[in-house]
Structure formats: structure tokens, C-alpha cells
Design a protein around this ligand. Sequence first.
Ligand code: G
Ligand code: G
Ligand code: NA
Ligand code: MN
Length: 253
Amino acid sequence: SRLESDLRHALEQDEIELLFQPQVSIASGRIVGVEALARWHHPILGELGAHPLFAAAARSDHLSQLSAHVQEKALRRAGHWPEALATLGIAVNVTASDLARPDFAGRFAAMTAESGLDRSRVTVEITESEMIEELDAAAMLLAALRRDGFRIAIDDFGTGYSSLAYLKALPLDYLKIDRRLTQDIVGSARDRIVVLGVIEMARSLGLRVIAEGVETEAQRDELARAGCDYYQGYLCAPPVGEAELERLVLAGV
Ligand code: G
Ligand code: G
Ligand code: NA
Ligand code: MN
């Protein structure tokens, strides 16, 4: 299709941009890290989000190329950040296909070394969009990344393929609760019970918890009471460019 052939061009012409969404410590109220999110500046269709971009890549066999392109770009950009951003964590998305490649850990470590970033600042986020077929192999790869000093997050927990089976099998540092679970915690007792249960389970496993899609102070306060450590959401900021990120951090948000 059109999008699929355009994607080859996009990779060559560098039409893929990155935005960064702040992750906030609920205890301190400070921005402590960001997630890098891909955007495609399509010459005709305008700005496209990650879903159409990665769907087109999967259909045209460019998934691993696109994934590596975005990871490399995110690490390189963070490696050049100004002083004000130099202590932030940087989370990059990896797909199940990435984790199925035996050379992924080595290539990711090499990209990070090239960027000059300290590995302890870098988190690998496992997205929900594809199923991890070989859990044992993925677990070994993630354990190797972790031994190297990287942190591992399970993203979008509770939706798609991001499930209890992953929690059982994979070495993890962070659990990110999907925004479809957090969005109604104030209005719905049922949703609140589900989220409370997820947080309690994560903490019992020694994981730190990040809630996605937090838009109101009431949601944040409910999550704080439940023992959630961090949030990501419009209450702090949408995904933003680097200049806006620096402004937010300097403003002491
Ligand atoms: O920001 P947006 O709404 O487009 O993100 C939708 C989904 O796409 C999110 O779950 C996010 O994790 C995923 N995503 C965003 N950027 C990337 C990326 O660079 N790589 C991968 N694999 N997924 C991404
Ligand atoms: O699939 P995933 O949940 O990772 O999607 C990330 C996307 O969700 C980002 O592209 C971002 O634009 C969007 N997003 C981030 N924070 C919020 C929020 O607080 N509310 C809503 N509705 N969407 C959000
Ligand atoms: Na993500
Ligand atoms: Mn997510």
C-alpha cells in the first residue's frame, strides 16, 4: 500500500520524529524521566502516531529496521541533552520481534555506548502490540540487559499481550499500568479494585509502578494512596519536544 512504500522513504529522509513524555515521581512531584514516542511527519498526511507507523512497518517487513532507527535516535538525542535534562531517565520501546533477535542485547548496548549515556539511565519498555513467542529466550536476553545495568519495564500492563504470563517469566524493574485501566479509577469502584490489586502484586514482586494516562489530581492522589511510585499523563504533560521538556524541568514541575 501507499503507507508501506512511503515508510521506506521516511526512513531514508528521516521523517520520523521523537517526542518525550515526562514521568513524574508521585512522592516528590518532580519529573524523573521520559518515554520516547515516535511520530511520523508524513509529507501529505501530516503527523501520524506510532500505531499507523508501526503497523505499516510490520506489513512491509521494516519493523526491526524502524524499531532500531527510533531506539538509536532516542539514545543519541538523550546523549546530547543540556545540563537541565542530564539526570533524567530515558525509556525506549522495544517490540517482541526485537527480543526474538539473539543479537539484540549486544546491539542495544553498543547503541547506548555510542550515545555516551550511562546505562543506568536507560529503560527498555516492552510494548503490548505483539506476543513474545519464546518467553524463555526473551527472559535470558532481558536478564543480560539487566546485568549490563539497563532497567526493564513491562508497558501497557493489563491490555493486549502484556499479561500475567510476562510477569511470571520476565526479569523486570517497572510495571506500567495501561491507561485503559487507570482512566476510571476515581469514578468506578470496580476499576479501582483492579488497579489496587495490580499495584499490590507488583510491589510484592519488588517492582516499581508507573501509572499511564493520569489526567487529574484526584487520579494521582488515589494512585498515591495505593502505593504507585510514578505517573505519566496529561496532568503533567502530553508527549513534548525537547525545548518544551527543558522548560517543564526548569519550571520545577
Ligand atoms: O504515542 P502513541 O499514542 O502514538 O503511542 C501508541 C503506542 O505506540 C504506545 O503504546 C507506545 O508504546 C507505542 N510506541 C510509541 N513509540 C514507539 C516506538 O518507538 N517503538 C515501539 N515499538 N512502539 C512505540
Ligand atoms: O499505548 P500507550 O498507552 O502507550 O499510548 C501512549 C499514548 O497515550 C501517547 O501517544 C499519548 O499521546 C497518549 N497519552 C499519554 N498520556 C495520556 C493521558 O493522560 N490521557 C490520554 N487520554 N492519553 C494519553
Ligand atoms: Na511504551
Ligand atoms: Mn504505554
